[in-house]
Write a protein that binds this ligand. Sequence first.
Ligand code: ADP
Ligand code: MG
Length: 272
Amino acid sequence: MSQTLAPSMQPLAGAQTASPLVSVEGVTLQYKTPDHLVTATYRVSFQIHQQERVVLLGPSGCGKSTILKAIAGFMPPVEGRITLKGSVIASPGPDRMMVFQEFDQLLPWKTVQANVAYPMLVNGVSKQEAADRAADALTKVNLAKFMDAYPHMLSGGMKQRVAIARAMAMKPDVLLMDEPYAALDALTRRKMQEELLQLWDDVGFTLVFVTHSIEEAIVVGSRVVVLSPHPGQVRAELNCDHLGFTERDTPEFGQLAKRISGMLFDDHAVAH
Ligand SMILES: Nc1ncnc2c1ncn2[C@@H]1O[C@H](COP(=O)(O)OP(=O)(O)O)[C@@H](O)[C@H]1O
Ligand SMILES: [Mg+2]
């Protein structure tokens, strides 16, 4: 009998064995203010594989946004390095698109369609292709009917959907989301989380999602990177791919949430 396994029998090229899409290696990030130096994160390391949904979870001020800014290429590490597909990230690029918390990230004088098409046009995509990709992305976030509306005519949740469509239409290697639902009411927030997971099922993108909500982290993430309070250090990495909305009332979900809560509120677990 042949030693070669049939294709269906080959071990899966699991996310953890393939080389990472993004690798954050011993990254320290600092802000220089006129009178002092603020260390936002200290020697943070984690990896992001293709099609993972990695959540950065930690208390306010622990450096979550700063890490996203560094992955986006806006801030060079003072120590360590961040690579994308093996190359050190040195500047921003259309391969990393960001969605922010604020509802005012759209251009108010442009229609929804024009907002979504704009980054593509700036990056050399033809007018026709940009229009097609914008229409497709807006359909995926259920806003096809609002293509000609202006941002001021939309609710907060709808504006965030447009921002997501705009980022997705660029087909980035990685989508970076910084507390995108934090300013929404609880019901809309839950709906948006469900829609994001549905979109991920449909498209299969790679996501780095920042939140300070434990429940949101477990629902949205396939893996959660728990950060310590300021300056942020990695306290734990937890797999929660099997825990979503439907598991929310299960003992396992509750136990994981409790464990994370213990980590977040125990200031002495990491020596500074
Ligand atoms: N532009 C800045 N200048 C100086 N310090 C900053 C700046 N932005 C953030 N910080 C500080 O860096 C730390 C991390 O901030 P941030 O990444 O925004 O945290 P998070 O997103 O987890 O709430 C905080 O102590 C914050 O005060
Ligand atoms: Mg932040």
